[in-house]
Design a protein around this ligand. Structure first.
Ligand SMILES: NC(=O)c1ccc[n+]([C@@H]2O[C@H](COP(=O)([O-])OP(=O)(O)OC[C@H]3O[C@@H](n4cnc5c(N)ncnc54)[C@H](O)[C@@H]3O)[C@@H](O)[C@H]2O)c1
Length: 454
């Protein structure tokens, strides 16, 4: 990664909300030379940043914050942050509501304080909303608060941009510094120009920039994620079809699909369902939005239904394979590798379903044991190591493609007497060597082709 950009030196930014997305944004801005003032309501988060530590687990974040601690401070005063800086990123949570939309309660509370500080400021200020919001929210709810409380005009006295990020946890720093594109919804040309220049200074890859009004940017954010989840659900359906067709292999079919430029090769793996803090809720929000304007939500709803079915299909498969009184090891509880986040994790859901069916379940994850424990409680056994988890089990399911799991050897799973069943959801192990050591089932492949009994 390139480091300081001279164009960023002596510029001051503030970041309000230093969680999974906000703290990496603050770190990246400081890494490029900005002086950054972060704001959070959680004292532990503020202390971590001021001590040069990452407030959340994200690969590389600890080092980046520590290396740039002379330019990165944190506190609890939004007023101070606005007065110190000329651009502020709002990155607080927007929790999902029952009907599928997103709550603006934290965004509104922050905007009131931001606007009070803008009222006091003589110069122009740019507010950038990076939290995911529902279409219509920026113009309909955020602008009125900022204008009424500040007594100033949006697009004239201060600028506002809606600019959500398309990062994946586990690779946030790389994704933030090398986005496919930057999405900017802008109140006016000046606001968009200033934010575009920030992205050009900070991003290593000089990304393409899509500039538009607020509503189109809000729609684009939900649409990108819903399109990707549609692709994942299609790919998972294809994988299930392959499992039931002699000679079929989802990797071979997907490779061909990916060669078609109308489709592209990303997110075509065909494995388990999607999870995490964005994909499931953005898809549901898209459906809610369509419904609210009288458009059929069935495509997004079907995507969600297919996703929810994946864990049921796996639960059934494990139930068929597990011997009476046998034990299943679920390997992988984070929703993807290189993060400890377990929101909507398929591994956690599988462990939960199997334990509810009275199965003996043990779980292991390199990073997410603590978060998984908050959800699974005493329903499952927590293995202290990968070896421990494998040796005490009859059925093993690899649910997250952590690098550590790709290093499992055939010897580690083979045993005298009854062969173990190994379900490799992401096909990270070699089917031929593992099918000599155990009953290997790669999802998306026909297991009869490998000699594995039904
Ligand atoms: N995490 C992701 O992968 C991701 C990706 C794209 C978009 N987003 C969006 O970004 C937003 C933030 O997500 P996140 O995952 O970083 O959330 P998070 O819960 O990890 O972090 C939010 C932070 O805001 C702080 N906060 C709450 N109220 C505050 C206030 N009044 N003043 C200052 N700080 C306050 C919290 O203490 C917390 O540290 C959400 O809208 C989310 O949808 C997240």
């Amino acid at each position: 990664m390139n480091s300081i950009n001279p164009a960023c030196l002596n510029r001051v930014a503030s970041v309000i909300g230093l969680g999974k997305l906000g703290s990496p944004i603050a770190a990246c801005l400081a890494h490029k030379g900005y002086r950054v003032h972060g704001v959070d309501v959680a004292p532990a988060v503020i202390d971590a940043v001021n001590e040069g530590r990452a407030p959340v687990f994200e690969p590389g974040l600890d080092v980046m914050i520590n290396n740039n601690k002379s330019r990165l401070t944190a506190g609890n005063s939004i007023r101070e942050a606005i007065l110190l800086s000329d651009i502020s990123f709002i990155v607080v949570a927007t929790p999902s509501e029952e009907m599928g939309g997103f709550s603006l309660k934290y965004v509104k509370a922050v905007c009131e304080e931001v606007a009070q500080a803008i009222r006091e400021k003589s110069g122009w200020h740019l507010v950038v909303l990076a939290s995911t919001v529902m279409p219509g929210a920026t113009q309909g709810e955020v602008v009125p608060i900022l204008q009424e409380v500040s007594g100033k005009k949006c697009g004239v006295d201060f600028g506002l941009c809606y600019s959500p990020e398309f990062i994946a946890l586990g690779t946030v720093l790389h994704d933030y510094l090398n986005p496919d594109f930057a999405l900017i919804g802008e109140s006016d040309k000046k606001a968009g120009d200033v934010l575009e220049s920030v992205y050009m200074q900070v991003c290593d890859n000089k990304p393409r920039v899509a500039r538009m009004n607020f509503i189109n940017a809000e729609l684009a954010k939900l649409s990108v994620n819903t399109f990707v989840t549609t692709k994942i659900s299609f790919s998972n359906t294809l994988a299930r079809v392959c499992e039931n067709l002699h000679g079929a292999n989802v990797d071979v079919v997907s490779e061909a699909l990916g060669l078609d430029t109308r489709i592209g090769n990303k997110y075509l793996k065909g494995a388990v369902g999607y999870g995490g803090p964005c994909f499931p809720r953005d898809t549901i929000a898209f459906a809610a939005l369509a419904r609210s304007v009288g458009v059929s939500p069935e495509l997004a709803e079907a995507t969600d239904r297919v996703n929810q079915a994946q864990v049921s299909i796996l639960t059934e498969l494990v139930s068929r394979k597990i011997p009476k009184n046998g034990r299943v090891a679920v390997l992988g509880l984070s929703y993807k590798p290189n993060t400890n986040v377990t929101e909507e994790s398929q591994g956690v859901m599988l462990a939960q379903r199997l334990s509810e069916l009275g199965r003996k379940v043990s779980v292991f994850d390199p990073k997410a044991m603590e978060n998984a424990q908050k959800k699974l409680g005493g329903k499952v056994a927590y293995s202290s190591s990968l070896e421990d988890s494998i040796s005490s089990s009859d059925v093993i399911v690899i649910m997250t493609p952590w690098e550590q799991f790709a290093q499992i050897s055939p010897d580690a799973v083979s045993r005298e007497g009854n062969r173990r069943v190994l379900i490799d959801a992401w096909r990270i192990l070699d089917p031929h060597s593992f099918s000599k050591a155990c009953d290997y089932i790669g999802l998306g492949m026909n297991s009869r082709d490998l000699g594995c009994p039904d």
